[in-house]
Design a protein around this ligand. Structure first.
Ligand SMILES: Nc1nc2c(ncn2[C@@H]2O[C@H](COP(=O)(O)OP(=O)(O)OP(=O)(O)O)[C@@H](O)[C@H]2O)c(=O)[nH]1
Ligand SMILES: [Mg+2]
Ligand SMILES: [Zn+2]
Length: 220
């Protein structure tokens, strides 16, 4: 019984995610679903990405949080349109919530939409919102056992950003182990090792985004 209820919820979400995806395709909009546990650095990565790319790429952001508008305010301060979704307790975003937020944007005027999901390493990976790719962040302070313990998010993601490498001297965390274990789960995973604090390693991430947007522009 319980299993079929869960399946129904996921199937209903899939239908709405497909509709979102069709709308994104019609608008020629590239969409990233950004996921991580709380505090791994999603909003900070967004701030750095906006600083680096907002002159050349027309960007918008959807912020998902259980409560508060702090993250949307941080993004708005960078001069980028940000719509805050408050899930009122739900621990992930779903297709419906994104569809409702889309009304706030002029989609045809955008090239890149980044959705910051609720901080949670588990169920955001189960709910598509219509994105082109899922991108996840793991920070070194969380430990190198996370791919083995939370494999779904590593399997579903196209990109893994290993953040806070400036803190490596202070924590027992092997980057090699994270890379090895996550590639075992997902050999296609693109991996960037970065510090959103010092800026180290972020060029690779910026280049990846620019490549995706260039490819999307060619499908005009
Ligand atoms: N040392 C260090 N701190 C960082 C780095 N990136 C982010 N932080 C800090 O980590 C804390 C959390 O960063 P956020 O960007 O708010 O994390 P988040 O994933 O958006 O958090 P939630 O939205 O609450 O899930 C902040 O105090 C950041 O300044 C980094 O590369 N190095
Ligand atoms: Mg955040
Ligand atoms: Zn959830």
């Amino acid at each position: 019984m319980k299993v079929s209820v869960v399946r129904d919820i996921l199937e209903a979400n899939e239908r709405i995610a497909r509709q979102n995806r069709e709308l994104f395709k019609r608008s020629n909009l590239f969409v990233i679903n950004l996921m991580s546990s709380p505090g791994a650095g999603k909003t900070t990565l967004l701030e750095r990405t906006i600083e680096a790319l907002s002159d050349e790429i027309k960007m918008g952001v959807i912020e998902g949080d259980i409560q508060s508008t702090e993250d949307a305010e941080r993004i708005a301060q960078k001069g980028i349109k940000a719509v805050q979704i408050n899930t009122q307790g739900a621990c992930h975003l779903d297709g419906n919530m994104i569809r409702d937020a889309l009304g706030e944007f002029d989609l045809n005027g955008l090239e890149l939409l980044i959705v910051e999901n609720v901080g949670n390493l588990v169920c955001p990976a189960e709910f598509n919102v219509g994105e082109d790719y899922k991108v996840m962040i793991l920070s070194v302070t969380e430990g190198d056992d996370k791919p083995a313990k939370y494999p779904l998010m590593f399997r579903e993601s196209r990109v893994l950003i290993i953040n806070k490498i400036d803190l490596l001297p202070y924590v027992d965390c092997s980057i090699d182990k994270i890379v090895e274990d996550s590639r075992k789960i997902n050999p296609e995973l693109e991996i960037f090792k970065v510090s959103c604090k010092t800026g180290e390693g972020l060029e690779g991430w910026f280049s990846w985004i620019k490549e995706q947007i260039d490819a999307n522009r060619k499908t005009d």
